[in-house]
Design a protein around this ligand. Structure first.
Ligand SMILES: Cc1ncc(COP(=O)(O)O)c(C=O)c1O
Length: 433
C-alpha cells in the first residue's frame, strides 16, 4: 500500500496562498532540496510532522525553545496570562518585572525597551544609535544577520547567505535602495586590520558598529579576543555606539549572554528568541544615557501596538526563571559538548573531514578540516556533503537546520538518550556520504 505524503500535500496547498509555501525563507528547504516538514505538534526535544513521524529537533525554533517544547511550567504561565486577555495596549506590572530581570542578568543593560521581533530590536537600536550620535554610517560584518531591516541587508547571513547573490556592498535583497545601503559599511568578521583602517579614515562619521558577538547566521563562528577588544576600544575612542546583537546568543550561550563570557560591555544590546521562550517578543537596551533619547523622553521615535504583550511577557518571565536555576547552563553546555564530540567521533570513523564547535546551547558543525573563522571560510566547506548528510539524518528522524549556514540549537530536554539516538543516526549516515 502506498501512503500519501501529507507534508507534500500541505506544501502544495501552502504554495497557492503563501509565497514559496512558507512564512520565513529557510523553512522552504531550498538549499537542501525536498519537501519541508510541516509540524503538527512538539514536546520536549521532539516534534512530529504531518505524517506523524517523530524527529529529534536540533533547531528548537531557531533558538527560543531552550527549556524544551511545551514545557509544562511555561504552558501554565501562558494559559494563566491568556485568561486575562491577550493584549491591552497599556502598561502592565509584568513588563516591569521582565525589564528588571533582563537588566539584572545582562551586564550592560540599564534600561530596556520591548518590541515584537529581533528585526525590530536591531532596527530600533540602529535608529537610536544614529539619533544619539547624529551620524549616519554603520558598520556590520560579512555573514552576520541582524534581521531584515533595509540598511542591514548587505552581505547578510542566514537565509540571505543561502539564497542571495551578494556582491560587495550591493543590497542582499531586491527592494532595498542603493541609497540606503551606502550608509552601511561591510567588513570581514575577525579582520582586525580592516576595522582599524575604517576607523582611521572615517571614525568621526560612524554612528554604530553592530555585531553578532558569536556569529550564528553563517553557521557558528567565534570572534577572536583581539577582534572584539579592537572594536570596543575604537568605538569608545571615536564616540560610536557598539551594538551587540544578542538576539541569538542572549540567554543561549550563557545566562548573561556572549557579553558575560567575553567581558566586553557594549553600549546597546539586542535580545529576542530565548527571552520570549517561543513567543513573539524581543528587546533592545543598554546605557540609560542612550536609552533616554527614545520617545517619549527623547526625539528618537519607536513604538508598537503589541510591544510588551502580556502573554509573551508571561512566557518570557517563566523561561528566564527556569534558565536562572542552578546548574542549568552547566547541564545545557555539557550536553551540547557531548553531542559535538559524538558527531565528530562518528565522522572520524568514516574518515569524513568534519569539524565541530559549540558555546552553551548553540553549536556548529562543518564539512571541512578546521573550524572556520570567517564567512569566506564557511562558504568553502563541502556544502554537497552537508546536503546529503541533512537528508540522511532526516530519514533517521533527526531534524538539522536545513542549511549549512545556520547554527544548531539544543535544549535542556536533550538528555543522554536523545544524544545517543542522534549519534547513532550519524553513525549510520556518515558511511553513506
Ligand atoms: C542575530 C540575529 N539578529 C536578529 C535576528 C532577527 O530576529 P527575528 O527573526 O525575530 O526578526 C535574528 C534571527 O535569526 C538573529 O539571529
Amino acid at each position: 500500500m502506498t501512503t500519501v505524503d501529507q507534508n507534500a500535500v500541505l506544501f502544495e496547498r501552502a504554495q497557492k496562498t503563501i509565497p514559496g509555501g512558507v512564512n520565513s525563507p529557510v523553512r522552504a528547504f531550498r538549499q537542501v532540496g525536498g519537501v519541508p516538514r510541516f509540524v503538527s505538534k512538539a514536546k520536549g526535544p521532539y516534534f512530529w510532522d504531518a505524517n506523524n513521524k517523530r524527529y529529534i529537533d536540533l533547531i528548537m525554533s531557531w533558538g527560543p525553545m531552550i527549556v524544551g517544547h511545551a514545557n509544562p511550567e511555561v504552558v501554565e504561565a501562558v494559559q494563566k496570562a491568556a485568561e486575562t486577555s491577550f493584549s491591552y495596549g497599556a502598561p502592565t506590572a509584568g513588563e516591569i518585572e521582565l525589564a528588571e530581570r533582563i537588566c539584572a542578568l545582562m551586564p550592560s543593560v540599564e534600561q530596556v525597551r520591548m518590541v515584537s521581533s529581533g528585526t525590530e530590536a536591531t532596527m530600533s537600536a540602529l535608529r537610536l544609535a544614529r539619533g544619539y550620535t547624529n551620524r549616519d554610517l554603520i558598520i556590520k560584518f560579512e555573514g552576520c544577520y541582524h534581521g531584515h531591516a533595509d540598511s542591514l541587508l548587505v552581505k547578510a547571513g542566514s537565509g540571505l547567505l543561502t539564497f542571495a547573490d551578494s556582491t560587495q556592498n550591493a543590497p542582499s535583497s531586491g527592494g532595498v535602495p542603493q541609497d540606503l545601503v551606502k550608509h552601511t559599511l561591510v567588513l570581514p568578521y575577525n579582520d582586525v586590520a580592516a576595522i582599524e583602517e575604517v576607523f582611521q579614515k572615517q571614525g568621526d562619521q560612524i554612528a554604530a558598529v553592530i555585531i553578532e558577538p558569536i556569529a550564528g547566521n553563517m553557521n557558528l563562528i567565534q570572534p577572536s579576543k583581539e577582534f572584539l577588544s579592537t572594536i570596543r576600544s575604537l568605538t569608545q575612542k571615536h564616540g560610536s555606539v557598539l551594538i551587540y546583537d544578542e538576539v541569538m546568543t542572549g540567554f543561549r550561550v550563557a545566562l548573561g549572554g556572549a557579553q558575560s563570557l567575553q567581558g566586553v560591555i557594549p553600549d546597546l544590546t539586542c535580545l529576542g528568541k530565548v527571552m520570549g521562550g517561543g513567543m513573539p517578543i524581543a528587546a533592545f537596551g543598554g546605557k540609560k544615557e542612550i536609552m533616554s533619547k527614545l520617545a517619549p523622553l527623547g526625539n528618537v521615535y519607536q513604538a508598537g501596538t503589541l510591544s510588551g504583550n502580556p502573554v509573551a511577557v508571561a512566557a518570557g518571565l517563566k523561561t528566564l526563571e527556569i534558565i536562572s536555576r542552578e546548574g542549568f547552563y552547566e547541564c545545557l553546555g555539557g550536553q551540547t559538548q557531548k553531542l559535538m564530540t559524538g558527531l565528530k567521533q562518528a565522522a572520524d570513523k568514516s574518515k569524513i573531514p568534519f569539524a565541530v564547535d559549540n558555546v552553551g546551547g548553540m553549536f556548529g558543525f562543518y564539512f571541512t578540516d578546521q573550524v572556520p573563522t570567517s564567512y569566506e571560510a564557511v562558504t568553502k566547506s563541502n556544502i554537497e556533503a552537508f546536503k546529503k548528510f541533512f537528508h540522511l539524518m532526516l530519514d533517521e528522524g533527526v531534524y538539522l537546520a536545513p542549511s549549512a549556514y545556520e547554527a544548531g540549537f539544543t535544549s535542556i530536554a536533550h538528555d543522554d538518550a536523545v544524544l545517543a539516538a542522534i549519534v547513532a543516526a550519524a553513525e549510520k549516515s556518515f558511511p553513506k556520504l
